[in-house]
Design a protein around this ligand. Sequence first.
Ligand code: UDP
Ligand code: MG
Length: 302
Amino acid sequence: MLSIIIPVYNEGENIQSLVDELYTYTNKETEYIFVDDGSTDNTFAALELIAEKDSNIKCISLSRNFGHQNALMAGLQHSKGHTIIVMDGDLQHPPSLIPALLKKIDEGYDLVQTRRTSTKNIGLGKHLLSVVFYKFINAISDTRIEEGVADFKAFNRKVLDSILRFDERELFLRGIFSWIGFKTTTIDFKAPDRKFGKTKYSFTQMLRLALKGTTSFSFKPLRVALLAGSFISLAAFAFGIFALLSYYKGNTVPGWASMIIAIMFLGGTQLLAIGLLGEYIASLFTETKKRPLYLVNKTVNI
Ligand code: UDP
Ligand code: MG
């Protein structure tokens, strides 16, 4: 049996065409798990209507908006299939790719990742941020996280059971999927533009995800801060000796500029290091609280 998991947040306009397309590319042995991530539009009503006619359409409605990654986890925890597909609900992950994904699973791959080849219309800011983020994270992390890899994948039970063993609050599933290993392959697809609605990942949300991805997959940024801090402190110390020597030699200089530069530079790096430390402490904080990843308000056909 196949489970298709789709987190949806205010995708009311997309639901019907998505379900129609899904029916075209899947057979009767499929459960469709929609996770309504606290939508404020008619998403849940639209889903309920369709679910009345087909018991394979299942809905989990979360008590509020918990974010894409957590919604995905809710779906994963409720899925029953031998093969699992996760995808977005905005038709940017074309259901027509499903047969190709399943073919790779049949060929013996445990995990089939997909990569977007067209990223037009995502905005310069988001594009730059994503390029910088992937370059940065791959430079500092031991786990390679490929750029453009979408949250559109197929995998088997074995992979799902491995993913479910992760008990992390600061979920960064993209990283986890490349961390777990297993026999993996990647296929490319062209992401069409959104038909309705607009992206729910704002620039700040992307930034938050990027930070989450960085601090949950590497301790090296801490080391960078430490190294840079030590180096700059040493340089400042040497400069201090130099200044003292000049003073005794009698070449006292006004020195205001160099002083202010040193102060600002040191202050800056210190703040940077403290901020970085703060990120790690914040994630420790959320981890130790062990709050649930999501809360369910209602379910249909589950
Ligand atoms: N989504 C969600 N919760 C959120 C934000 C988004 O469940 O808080 C869903 C959204 O409905 C869509 C998928 O996650 O099905 C991807 O979101 P979006 O298309 O906005 O992201 P983008 O494709 O722009 O990266
Ligand atoms: Mg999208």
